[in-house]
Design a protein around this ligand. Structure first.
Ligand code: FES
Ligand SMILES: [Fe+2]
Length: 543
């Protein structure tokens, strides 16, 4: 029996290996770098003392050096895949211990700060600041432990699945041919057969089911401010209905939006003491999906699906994939000096890739946005997107706009504003005031995107306090999007009928094309960096 490495690699170990620096004990784990650095500054004795106390629990060997090296791109047999899964689990266990160690060291640090002898030499202000810093680091470290828990749990599921495969293999008829043995992946793994590699960009035909690899990312799904203690936010993500709500401790959770009893949508119900209550017969679920109340009958053990869900910097994130979640949530805050002025959510009737293509393109502005931000713009003789050969970020020439595609579905842009209505001729840096935008295009269904839009300014902070300004920003954003939407809907229609929406890319299409290449490489689980093969792909962009 063979297991395609694309499937076995869902074990996630190869990803960890390529990201090994991030998991180095002394740096990279969010928060731990600073912890160890602080301890190092103040004499270094704490680490030794602490370690001697906790040796047995934390001195577990980092398993990465022992991992068998299999040739990526080849097939693993199921035993090899099982071995990889076991190492994966050992790694998750080791990582979780490191996270707990970080917390314990932080606690020691708090005790040290509060030590009466040390306190005599410090002002109240200094003490307060030190404690506030430590509290923040502790918060991050706790988050990290929860993420590690989620990773261990997913790795265990994966191991259990592979063990079933091994058992099946033992039971199988020895005459079966290899091609017959490619696993019919269970529905729970959501795997879609890999397409053969393509040399050119072809985005045509009805949108295919989402590739399982695309789900193995952290996705921002809502703004924290929109999820109050007693509200539910229903979302679709990768064609499944989910609902977000807060538990009794205020932390967010994401569970399937379908009651285990008789499939009633849970978001039609209400929140009762941190549990979501089904409106049909009153079953109540906690944020981890466990049914904790079944009125009028004996409580039995029922659980609905729940996704890893965390909150950071004003956004709620979920991990929809089957691989163990990545250790760190990305930061999406605007650069320093900017203030957030608007956070808007829209549900749009287009596939998220088409919307990303649109947002990553600026050359269309003087033709499409003639009633909004590009009113009166002249059409430049040449529009270019300046970026390194394999970059996903760069700047637009002749516009003062920097833009980045950030996997898996984010667009960040900074727009320099010199005079209203005039954008040409200056670089972003030369402008004294700026607008920063974050667009998150969440794949909801094959023809629906949940768009999260966050707008920040590095000037006019007073606007934040102007009544109804939020409504005005929303109105502007909708106007601009509507100008795009009718065109993208038209493209979607053509695409569904077989036309290629990337039929003839030209120089200014560079960033959109790179997004498509990134997506292809993820779907094919390319072992190399998404853009190391850029020059080998034939397209007219390499001018
Ligand atoms: S359908 Fe939800 S409790 Fe009956
Ligand atoms: Fe546009």
């Amino acid at each position: 029996m063979s297991v395609a490495i694309a499937t076995a690699a869902a074990l996630s170990l190869p990803i960890y290996l390529t990201r090994s620096n991030k998991f180095n004990n002394t740096r990279g784990v969010k928060g731990s770098f600073r912890v160890f650095a602080i301890i190092g500054e103040e004499g270094g004795g704490l680490v030794e003392r602490s370690k001697s106390l906790w040796t047995t629990l934390f001195e577990v060997e980092d398993p990465r050096s022992k991992v068998p090296q299999y040739n990526k791109g080849k097939f693993l047999d199921v035993n090899q895949a099982l071995e990889v899964a076991r190492y994966d689990l050992q790694y998750c266990d080791w990582k979780a211990r490191q996270d707990v160690l970080t917390i314990m060291l932080l606690h020691e640090k708090v005790v040290e700060v509060l030590n009466p002898l040390a306190r005599e030499y410090k002002s109240v202000g200094t003490l307060k600041k030190e404690l506030a810093d430590l509290q923040e680091e502790l918060g991050q470290a706790h988050n990290q432990v929860h993420i590690s828990e989620a990773r261990v749990s997913t790795a265990l599921d994966k191991l259990a699945y592979l063990e079933t495969l091994v058992t099946d293999k033992i039971l199988q008829d020895s005459n079966t041919t290899e091609s017959d043995l490619l696993p019919s992946t269970p529905e729970s793994l959501d795997t879609v057969k890999s397409k053969p590699p393509r040399r050119n960009i072809n985005v045509s035909g009805p949108v295919q089911p989402y590739h399982a690899n695309l789900k193995n990312f952290w996705y921002p799904v809502a703004f924290s401010a929109h999820l109050k203690d007693d509200t539910m936010v229903p979302i679709d993500c990768f064609e499944r209905p989910w609902v977000l709500f807060r538990g009794k401790d205020g932390k967010p959770g994401c569970v399937q939006n379908t009651c285990a009893h008789r499939a009633c949508p849970l978001d039609l119900g209400s929140i009762n003491e941190g549990r979501i209550q089904c409106p049909y017969h009153g079953w109540e679920y906690s944020t981890d999906g466990k049914c904790e109340k079944m009125p009028s009958t004996k409580l039995v053990n029922v659980k609905i699906k729940a996704l890893p869900c965390f909150e950071q910097e004003g956004m709620i994130w979920i991990w929809p994939g089957n691989d163990p979640p990545m250790a760190n949530l990305p930061s999406l805050l605007p650069p320093s000096g900017f203030q957030i002025h608007a956070e808007i959510v829209m549900e749009l009737p287009v596939e998220h890739g088409l919307l990303l293509d649109n947002l990553l393109d600026l050359a269309h502005a003087p033709f499409t946005h003639t009633s909004t931000f590009a009113k009166g713009w002249s059409v430049p003789s040449l529009v270019k997107f300046l970026t390194p050969a394999s970059g996903l970020q760069g700047s637009w020439d002749p516009y003062p706009i920097d833009m980045e595609f950030r996997p898996p579905c984010l667009v960040l842009s900074t727009i320099g504003i010199s005079k209203p209505g005039k954008l040409e001729g200056q670089s972003t840096r030369e402008c004294s005031t700026h607008l920063h935008q974050l667009h998150v295009c969440l794949p909801s269904t094959r023809n629906k995107t949940r768009l999260l839009y966050r707008m920040s300014l590095d000037f006019a902070p007073i606007l934040k306090h102007v009544p109804f300004m939020q409504h005005l920003w929303k109105h502007f954003a909708e106007q601009v999007l509507n100008e795009d939407l009718r065109l993208v809907l038209g493209q979607q229609d053509r695409m569904n009928n077989g036309d290629n929406v990337w039929n003839w890319p030209v120089s200014y299409d560079k960033l959109g094309v790179r997004y498509r290449q990134w997506r292809d490489s993820v779907e094919q689980r390319s072992k190399s960096s998404p853009f190391s093969n850029l020059r080998r792909i034939q397209n007219p962009l390499n001018e």
